[in-house]
Design a protein around this ligand. Structure first.
Ligand SMILES: *Cc1c(COP(=O)(O)O)cnc(C)c1O
Length: 236
């Protein structure tokens, strides 16, 4: 390996922190899936995480994931990859073979693209619907008031494999009300998977019922170039 990256230590610490937060509220720690967000980090860092036993990863750009993951997937068949960033409709087909879960189903046009592919007989990865809980204009996602109708449309209307909800609370706000809102929408839609919680707020997210946390910095250290969390502009 080119450089020794200590990933095992941070992984161990975040797993313990997740377990402690879960137990505080009477939850089973194994009900929380840790997605290691490797965006901007090199393959060596991912290999170090794999060596430490981590198997589930997240990337926010299709192209970057295409450059890093196909070879890793061939050598570690149990590796699972989640897309956590915006997906352009013209990249849907290339995303299909690469990602096991797409957490960022954020607009009707993308749902229609998945439905078209499904109609052609191709398998669709598990999907999570991204909810813009803070109604931030620059952020992707379905408005909370439209979320229930959109879930029904995707699940019942288009027969898509929707398994949960995802949110990225506004950076400058207390995330807890946003986690509470996502949990309530999960309850109302019968979706039990909630992807919420990043490096700075995952303990609170686990206490609020997160079943998926997405951690980059807490595992891999800080990123060289700041990448906005799912903020890339998408034409409607
Ligand atoms: C980058 C990113 C994360 C991880 O952020 P950290 O603060 O480094 O843990 C989580 N979710 C999304 C959508 C991201 O883009």
């Amino acid at each position: 390996m080119r450089h020794a990256v200590d990933i095992a230590g941070p992984l161990q610490r975040v797993s313990e922190t997740i377990a402690a937060a879960a137990r505080q509220v009477g939850r089973d720690p194994s009900d929380v899936l840790l997605v290691a967000v490797s965006k901007t980090h090199p393959v060596e860092a991912i290999e170090a995480a794999l060596a430490a036993g981590q198997r589930v990863f997240g990337e926010n750009r299709v192209q970057e994931a295409q450059g890093k993951y196909p070879a890793l997937r061939r050598s570690v068949p149990e590796l699972r990859l989640h897309l956590i960033g915006p997906l352009q409709t013209n990249k849907v087909r290339s995303a299909l073979g690469l990602f096991d879960v797409i957490q960022s189903l954020d607009r009707p046009k993308l749902a229609a693209a998945f439905a078209e592919i499904r109609a052609s007989g191709a398998p669709i990865p598990d999907l999570m619907i991204q909810v813009n809980t803070g109604l931030e204009p620059q952020k992707a996602g379905i408005a909370p008031a439209e979320a229930i109708a959109f879930v029904r449309h995707c699940k019942d209307g288009l027969a898509l494999p929707v398994v949960g909800l995802m949110c990225i609370p506004p950076a400058a706000e207390d995330p807890v009300p946003h986690f509470a809102l996502l949990r309530e929408l999960g309850r109302e839609t019968g979706l039990r998977n909630l992807s919420m919680g990043m490096s700075h707020d995952y303990e609170a997210a686990v206490r609020m019922g997160a079943t998926v946390v997405r951690l980059g910095t807490a595992i891999f250290g800080s990123r060289a170039t700041p990448v906005p969390a799912g903020d890339a502009a998408i034409a409607p």
